[in-house]
Design a protein around this ligand. Structure first.
Ligand code: GDP
Ligand code: MG
Length: 363
C-alpha cells in the first residue's frame, strides 16, 4: 500500500514541481535584480553593525559550546519539526498513507524540498513496520538524512599550498563578506598569516565593510579604489601573498554588478586571473548561501556550480530561521559538501559543518 501510494504521489509531485515552484526557473540575474533596491541600505547597515561590534575572539570554541550554538541556531527548525512530528502520533496512529502525506507536508514546510522529502518518505515507507512512536520516526529520519548530507569533501588542506587561495562567491546579501570576516578570524586564531582581497569593487561601501572585518580579524587587506577591475585586485592580492609569505588568501567578490558585464563572466575572469598568477589556484571556491531564502538557494547552487565549479558551501543565517531543513536538499542535490554554517553576525558565529551533530540538533 505504502509503495503504491508513493508512486501515485510521485506522479502528482512532478507536476507540482514544474508548475508551482518558481524558484526552479530563477537565474542569478533576477535574484540580483531582486536585491538591487535593498542592497545599498543593507550594506550600510552591515557596516554600521560591524563597526559597533566588539572584537569577538572565539571564546567557547570547545565542542560543547559549538554544539550549544548550533542547537540554538536551529531552535526554530527543531521546534517546527519535533512539535509537528510529535503531533502526528497523537491518537494511536499508524504509519499509513494519510500519515505519510502529513509527514511529507511537515518536511516540505521545513524546507527539506519536494525531491528530498519524497526520498525520505520512500525510506520511511520501507521502515514503516519498525516505527511505532515519534522517537522511532525521528531516529529513522536522522539515519536517512545523514546519508544524504554527508558528502565527502575534496581535500582542501590549507597546508598543501602556500598561499592557499579561497575564492568566495554568491549572490548579493547572502553573507559573503561576513563569512570572510569569520573565516579570517578563524585562520588567524589558528596561527595562519591571512590576506583578504577586496575584489567586490562595485561599491565603496563593500570595500569599507571588508576593511572593518580585516581590522577586527587583525589580517591584511589588498584593495583598489572602487570600480577598479576586480581581477586586478585578486591578481595583486595573490602576488602580494607570494611576496609576503602569506598562508591564506581570501578573495571577496561581487554578487551583483552595476555594469553590463555578466556576473558569472566577471567571476570566471577573476578565477582565471588568479590561476595565471598562481597555477592551481584558487584551491577552494566557496559558495555562500542564505538559509532564509529557502529553495532559491538550490537554484543558486546549481548555477554557480555549473559556471565556476564550487568546491564547498557556506550556509549563512541558519540562526533564527525555521528553514534549516534546506541543508538536506542543498547537499544531496548537487553533491557539494557543506563546509561551514553561519549562526550569527559575530566573528565567531561560524562552525565547521558536522552532519551527525546537525541532525542531532535538528531533532
Ligand atoms: P554579502 O553581500 O554576500 O557580502 O553579505 P554580507 O556579508 O554583507 O551580509 C549581509 C547581511 O547578512 C549583513 O547584515 C550581515 O550581518 C548578515 N549576516 C551574514 N551572515 C549572517 C549569519 O550567519 N547570521 C545572521 N543572523 N546574519 C548574517
Ligand atoms: Mg559583500
Amino acid at each position: 500500500m505504502g509503495v503504491k501510494w508513493f508512486k501515485k504521489k510521485r506522479k502528482n509531485k512532478k507536476r507540482i514541481t514544474a508548475s508551482e515552484n518558481p524558484d526552479r526557473t530563477l537565474t542569478a540575474e533576477p535574484a540580483q535584480a531582486d536585491m538591487s533596491t535593498q542592497d545599498v541600505s543593507e550594506e550600510k547597515e552591515a557596516v554600521a553593525e560591524a563597526s559597533s561590534e566588539k572584537i569577538d575572539a572565539p571564546s567557547d570554541s570547545d565542542s560543547g559550546g559549538l554544539f550549544r550554538r548550533l542547537k540554538s541556531g536551529l531552535a526554530k527548525t527543531r521546534t517546527l519539526l519535533t512539535t509537528d512530528i510529535d503531533a502526528l502520533f497523537t491518537g494511536k496512529r499508524k504509519v499509513d498513507d494519510d500519515f505519510l502525506e502529513e509527514l511529507e507536508e511537515i518536511l516540505i514546510t521545513a524546507d527539506i524540498g519536494v525531491a528530498t522529502s519524497m526520498e525520505l518518505i520512500a525510506y520511511i515507507t520501507q521502515k514503516a513496520s519498525k516505527i511505532k512512536n515519534a522517537q522511532q520516526l525521528k531516529d529513522v529520519l536522522k539515519e536517512k538524512i545523514i546519508t544524504l548530507i554527508d558528502i565527502p569533501s575534496p581535500d582542501a588542506d590549507v597546508e598543501l599550498n602556500k598561499p592557499h587561495v579561497i575564492m568566495v562567491i554568491g549572490v548579493n546579501g547572502v553573507g559573503k563578506t561576513t563569512s570572510i570576516g569569520k573565516l579570517a578570524t578563524k585562520y588567524k586564531a589558528e596561527g595562519k598569516k591571512v590576506l583578504i582581497a577586496a575584489a567586490d569593487t562595485f561599491r565603496a561601501a563593500a570595500i569599507e565593510q571588508l576593511v572593518i572585518w580585516a581590522e577586527k580579524a587583525g589580517v591584511g587587506i589588498i584593495k583598489h579604489r572602487d570600480n577598479a577591475d576586480p581581477s586586478a585586485v585578486a591578481f595583486d592580492a595573490v602576488e602580494a601573498a607570494m611576496a609576503r609569505n602569506v598562508d591564506i588568501v581570501i578573495v571577496d567578490t561581487a554578487g551583483r554588478l552595476h555594469t553590463k558585464v555578466n556576473l558569472m563572466q566577471e567571476i570566471k575572469k577573476i578565477k582565471r586571473t588568479i590561476a595565471k598568477k598562481l597555477p592551481g589556484a584558487p584551491h577552494e571556491v566557496l559558495l555562500v548561501l542564505d538559509a532564509t531564502t529557502g529553495q532559491n538557494a538550490i537554484s543558486q547552487t546549481k548555477q554557480f556550480h555549473e559556471a565556476l565549479g564550487v568546491t564547498g558551501l557556506v550556509l549563512a543565517k541558519l540562526d533564527g530561521t525555521a528553514r534549516g531543513g534546506i541543508v538536506a536538499p542543498i547537499c544531496s542535490e548537487q553533491k557539494i559538501p557543506l563546509k561551514y554554517i553561519g549562526t550569527g553576525e559575530k566573528a565567531d558565529d561560524l562552525e565547521v559543518f558536522d552532519p551527525g551533530r546537525f541532525v542531532d540538533a535538528l531533532f
